[in-house]
Design a protein around this ligand. Structure first.
Ligand SMILES: [Zn+2]
Length: 101
């Protein structure tokens, strides 16, 4: 079963608003951003494999967790507003290298 959760209140104080999305909502109501825009403070992508494992499906993807974070507009707590299990592309060691000059 895939994980797909949203957290709509701050776990520290119970407030509903977040700094980034509150501002985005203002810009949407001013007509400066498209309706439905969602932005956030941070995102983390964690593949569900250890460094020695290769759980890669036939289409080149591997399962992973994406967590999206925003900042409570009342108390400043950074918390996960959404967590979703996705199929992600894992870069090969060659793709991770920086280009050499
Ligand atoms: Zn809070």
């Amino acid at each position: 079963m895939k994980i797909n959760k949203e957290f709509t209140v701050c776990p520290a104080c119970g407030h509903k608003g977040t700094v980034i999305q509150d501002r985005v909502d203002e810009l949407i109501s001013d007509g400066k951003m498209p309706v439905g825009t969602r932005l956030f403070a941070m995102m983390s992508k964690s593949p569900l494999l250890s460094p020695t494992q290769k759980i890669i499906t036939s289409n080149g993807l591997t399962p992973g967790i994406v967590a999206i974070y925003d900042i409570c507009s009342s108390c400043g707590c950074l918390y996960a507003v959404a967590i979703e299990e996705v199929d992600m592309i894992i870069p090969t060691p060659q793709q991770k290298k920086f280009p050499s000059n």
